[in-house]
Design a protein around this ligand. Structure first.
Ligand code: PLP
Length: 398
């Protein structure tokens, strides 16, 4: 493999995708695996959105689209920002991309020079560090404390800033912890950002609708820093549209134009049919999301109840998204029935896959090596079975 680029050789494989692959391999051998490794709604895309995609085909939306997305879709995204977030954007400040993942990548590639530091609130979503490294930036993870539900504070953020800091990135609601920043917390973070006008913030709000607190706050709502904030959102989670590959960003016009230029050379923009479906999704508002969120909320409560019953797991209460992220360090150093030692969360995730037949993702890939992530986006019955098996398997560690 020496002929492969350093860029790719140094890149870590996405841990969530790797675990999903292992779990599928085991399932193909006939093992009844409960897969809680996915970051994916288990719901179908709502019918009215599918219908819009069929109609788009029939109406001939089969050509290249404008690189930053159809104008009416970008206008609908502006309307969404106004309606949901009280934020005013023009279509020239919106870029539609191949999933929020590409929106994040565009923003990082558009802003980060080699050697620039990017502060990443940790635990963080697996791809953040890899995307920063792709841009030859330096990821600077800063860890929130368990006492504060792993949320980084404004003071911790301020302490991590150096003359090389270019960008800060976080998700709220957070993947993997489910933590949601309150208005007061984000206001304090905005105050720090306002003191550093050359630092930009990448606010990943892909889980906006999956929030059990009743309030979602966007960093861009703090007027003093609006121009420094790039807000990323998309359709994968709220509208159960992971496979459609549709996300977007809102940013001041020069940054949006830079991202438009980038994707004009890389993807030419995302799929025409997905964009028409996305337009219908937004016009339908958030009613379909609200139904799914009620299920996620119920499952969160169920899983917390089941997890409480397992000695050794320290599980903060997630306020959003569809994961729990317990601290599992109590099991490190213990011995499995086959004589092997559980040294870290990767060993534990592998043990749970092989012994309990439950797929999870170890926390080290999220910058939190003491933790493990279980998705709660599965049917209630599957969750019950999974946590019963996890309990039995963990009890076998001595
Ligand atoms: N950001 C976070 C925090 C995520 O968890 C995910 C998906 O798992 C994404 C972005 C990517 O979403 P998309 O499917 O729109 O690329």
């Amino acid at each position: 493999t020496a002929y492969l680029s350093d860029r790719v050789l140094h890149m870590q494989e996405s841990a969530t995708i790797a675990m999903a692959k292992k779990s599928r391999e085991l399932a193909a051998k006939g093992v009844d695996v409960v897969n809680l490794s996915f970051g994916e709604p288990d719901f179908q895309t709502p019918q009215y959105i599918k219908d819009a995609a069929k109609q788009a085909l029939d109406e001939g939306f089969t050509f290249y689209t404008p690189v930053p997305g159809y104008l009416d879709l970008r206008q609908a995204i502006c309307d969404k920002f106004q309606r949901d977030n009280n934020l005013s954007y023009k279509p020239t400040e919106i870029v539609v991309s191949t999933g929020a993942k590409q929106s994040l990548t565009n923003a990082v590639l558009a802003l980060v020079n080699p050697g620039d530091e990017v502060i990443i609130f940790s635990p963080y979503w697996v791809s953040y560090a890899a995307i920063v490294e792709l841009a030859d930036g330096v990821p600077v993870p800063i860890m929130g404390s368990l006492d504060n539900d792993y949320k980084v504070t404004a003071a911790e953020f301020a302490a991590a800033i150096t003359p090389r800091t270019k960008l800060v990135m976080y998700s709220s609601p957070c993947n993997p912890t489910g933590a949601v920043f309150s208005r007061a917390e984000l206001s304090a973070i905005a105050d720090v950002l306002a003191q550093h006008p050359h630092i930009f913030a990448l606010a990943d709000e892909i889980y906006e609708y999956i929030n059990f607190t009743g309030e979602h706050v966007s960093l861009a709502q703090f007027a003093a820093v609006k121009d420094q904030v790039i807000t990323v959102n998309g359709f994968s989670k709220g509208y159960a549209m992971t496979g459609w590959r549709l996300g977007y960003m809102a940013a001041r016009q020069d940054i949006a134009a830079a991202c438009d230029k980038l994707q004009g050379q890389i993807t030419s923009g995302t799929c025409s049919i997905a964009q028409r479906a996305g337009l219908a999704a937004l016009k339908g508002g958030r009613a379909s999301a609200d139904e799914m969120v009620a299920a996620y909320h119920r499952r969160r409560d169920l899983v917390l109840e089941l997890a409480k019953d397992i000695p050794g797991l320290k599980t903060p209460t997630p306020d959003g998204a569809f994961y729990i992220f317990p601290d599992v360090s109590a099991f490190f150093g213990r011995t499995a029935p086959d004589g092997s030692t559980i040294n870290d969360s990767s060993d534990l995730a592998l043990y749970l896959l092989n012994d309990a037949h439950v797929a999870s993702v170890s926390g080290d890939s999220f910058g939190a090596p003491d933790c493990i992530r279980f998705s709660t986006a599965a049917a209630d019955e599957k969750l019950r079975v999974a946590f019963e098996r996890i309990k039995v398997s963990l009890a076998k560690l001595s």
